[in-house]
Every structure is written in structure tokens, then in C-alpha cells.
Design a protein around this ligand. Structure first.
Ligand code: IPM
Ligand code: MG
Length: 372
């Protein structure tokens, strides 16, 4: 039986990096059916909406979605519902993609690319699990109005609503404890229980769910302290679970610890294990079309897709070892390049992964490592 992948490249470097991941998927010899559709600014240009009905229906009907990136400064002046970012928020909401996995792994060869001291990040492997369909991102009511109370009654004001229901917290807590069982058996739940009612409730519910996982250690941390500990001793974390807003911020921070946001994949899953897979980085309009973007985060996202949504864990392992072997062979896109390694473009990096997968051995195709 073939598995269906909706391929949504999006904007900026999205098209270039997704093309490389598709190339990699095509040499795996798996029954994959891939169908492409526009999303984000590209879809707005074609259909006047960042998430056209055709794209949404394709995504709903697929087993998994391979997503590039959306956004460009040129759309900043559009009404909010028409901005590219709404496409990703819409997909999360319509498909119920509540569990966002954002691993931050520091690859051995890239330790020097981190802005932190090598000893702090060598061997770093943490997993941020961000709740993705609740919190202040989606809470109603929200909007603008004239203040009737507060410090300045009669003034214009804007407001959003932070809220979490018990089932929303329970299900993401289960995801985190189960993930921790496959790893270091430690969960850090990040909250702001000292100030926010929503996050006191979050903490209470996480403690309740934890009773079912006595083999996993649970730690609670306020979000400001977590931001600090992430740069002070990142390796003290294993799985971090938090809400939508804090997870947005902390996952960007964690990704930078590795020095190579161009390397980090992510997955957003619903309760049917249908998932959206995308690189952790954005659309990088400044380098779009130049053929220099790093496709590895997207290629590694395709590996996560095979493992989580398409029941093909061996193929996922093969991709991950192919990526490790191209790094070991010295291939680097400009974002991770350092003295003594070979600078390559987007397509060459994709080709190198394909070659490694085909057993050519990326190491054999490079005979000398040139300095540029
Ligand atoms: C992310 C992004 C999105 C978010 C934006 C593009 C809506 O920053 O996936 O982290 O805030 O969730
Ligand atoms: Mg973000």
C-alpha cells in the first residue's frame, strides 16, 4: 500500500530545500505518492490565500506533510488572515497537530559552530516538546477594543487570551513522558506558575499525569529560569515540555545552542500520528534563490516523517546515517562551513546525501578537502 505525502514547499528557500528532501525520498525505494501544492506567500500570489482549500484538503488527505517554510517581509503589510504565517497556524489547527517535537542535537563535527563553549554543547541532545494548538496563540477572545477599566479607561487596547484545558495539558504531558521513556527518562515542565493561573493549572495537571510514569523523573522550572539554564548548562535537560508560547521562544534558543539551525528538523503530530514535518528554521528570504541554503534540516525532517508517520524506521535510520556520513566527509553549506571543510551549495549537499544512500559513500566522492 502506498503512502501519501503532501509536499508544501512554501516561500523563500522553501522550494530549494524541499526539492532536495524529495530527491532523497525518491531513492529510498518505498511506495510513496507525493503531491505538491502551494502554501504561504506562494499560495497567496496564486490563489489570494496562504492556505487555499485545495492545499488544506491535500494536507488532510495525506499521511504526512513535508513542509518547507513560509513568510517574506513583503507580506508584512497584508491583513493578518492573509499573511503567510497563517498557513502554518491553519494547518496546525485544522489537522489538530498538537504535539510539536523540536530536537536540538549538536552534531559532533559542528561543535565549533555553537556560540557556547564546546564543552557545554558537545554531545548535546535535548528534545523540546511544545504544545501547538492551544495557549495564547489560539485562545479566544482576542482583538482590539476601547478599554472600560485598567489604568487607562477609554484608551484603545489590544488583548489575547491565555488558556489551557485539562485534556490539552494531559495529552501533551503523556507525549512528553512517553518520549522521555525512549531517552533519558527526565522531563522538565516549563511554566510560569508563580504568576499565571493558566500555568499553575498546567503544573498541577502535569503532576497528576506524572503519577502514571513513576519511572520518569519530573522537574518543574519557571520559563525565565529555563531560558537561563538552557545557556548555562544545556546538557542538564533531556525532554522539555511546555506551552505554545514558551515553546516557541525556548525552541529557538535551544536550536541556536547547536550552532546550526540549518540542521534541525521538527515534527508536529496529531492523535492519529498524521504529521507535518518541517525544518526548524524559517524561509530566509535574504538567501532565497541563491542555491546556498542548507537542506539538511529538511532532509532530516523527512527522516522523522518516515519514522513517526510512515512506519518506515529503517529508511529513517538510513537517511540519518547518510547525513552523518556527508558531514564526516567534510561537506558543508555556508551556514556551517569552517576552515578545512568543503563548501557546497544546496543541490550538491542533496546530491551528497543521495550518493551516500546509494552506497557510493560520500566519503569516496570527495578525495581532497579544499580550503576556500
Ligand atoms: C514557529 C514559528 C511560528 C510560530 C510562526 C511562523 C507562526 O515561529 O513555528 O516556531 O510562532 O509558531
Ligand atoms: Mg518560532
Amino acid at each position: 500500500m502506498s503512502m501519501k505525502i503532501a509536499v508544501l514547499p512554501g516561500d523563500g528557500i522553501g522550494t530549494e530545500i524541499v526539492a532536495e528532501a524529495v530527491k532523497v525520498l525518491q531513492v529510498l525505494d518505498l511506495p510513496l505518492e507525493m503531491e505538491q501544492a502551494p502554501v504561504g506567500g506562494a499560495a497567496y500570489e496564486l490563489h489570494g490565500h496562504p492556505l487555499p482549500e485545495g492545499t488544506l484538503n491535500l494536507a488532510k488527505s495525506a499521511d504526512a506533510i513535508l513542509f518547507g517554510a513560509v513568510g517574506d517581509w513583503k507580506y508584512d503589510k497584508l491583513d493578518r488572515p492573509l499573511r503567510p504565517e497563517q498557513a502554518i497556524l491553519g494547518l496546525r489547527k485544522h489537522l489538530g497537530l498538537f504535539a510539536n517535537f523540536r530536537p536540538a542535537i549538536c552534531y559532533e563535527q559542528l561543535v565549533g559552530a555553537s556560540s557556547l563553549k564546546p564543552e557545554l554543547v558537545a554531545g548535546l541532545d535535548i528534545l523540546i516538546i511544545r504544545e501547538l494548538t492551544g495557549d495564547i496563540y489560539f485562545g479566544q477572545p482576542r482583538g482590539r477594543r476601547t478599554a472600560v477599566d485598567g489604568l487607562f479607561p477609554g484608551a484603545d487596547e489590544a488583548f489575547d487570551t491565555m488558556r489551557y484545558s485539562r485534556p490539552e495539558i494531559e495529552r501533551i504531558a503523556h507525549v512528553a513522558f512517553q518520549a522521555a521513556r525512549q531517552r533519558g527518562r527526565k522531563v522538565t515542565s516549563v511554566d510560569k506558575a508563580n504568576v499565571l493561573e493558566t500555568f499553575q493549572f498546567w503544573k498541577d495537571v502535569v503532576i497528576e499525569v506524572h503519577a502514571q510514569y513513576p519511572d520518569v523523573e519530573l522537574q518543574h522550572m519557571y520559563v525565565d529560569n529555563a531560558a537561563m539554564q538552557l545557556v548555562k548548562s544545556p546538557k542538564s535537560f533531556d525532554v522539555v515540555v511546555t506551552g505554545n508560547m514558551f515553546g516557541d521562544i525556548l525552541s529557538d534558543e535551544a536550536s541556536m545552542l547547536t550552532g546550526s539551525i540549518g540542521m534541525l528538523p521538527s515534527a508536529s503530530l496529531n492523535d492519529r500520528k498524521q504529521g507535518l514535518y518541517e525544518p526548524s528554521h524559517g524561509s530566509a528570504p535574504d538567501i532565497a534563490g541563491k542555491g546556498i541554503a542548507n537542506p539538511l534540516a529538511t532532509i532530516l525532517s523527512a527522516a522523522m516523517m518516515l519514522r513517526f508517520s510512515l512506519q518506515a524506521p529503517e529508511a529513517a535510520d538510513r537517511i540519518e546515517s547518510a547525513v552523518k556520513s556527508v558531514l564526516a566527509a567534510g561537506y558543508r553549506t555556508p551556514d556551517i562551513w569552517s576552515e578545512g571543510t568543503q563548501k557546497v551549495g544546496t543541490r550538491e549537499m542533496g546530491d551528497a546525501v543521495v550518493a551516500a544512500l546509494m552506497g557510493n559513500g560520500a566519503g569516496k566522492t570527495i578525495t581532497t578537502i579544499t580550503k576556500s
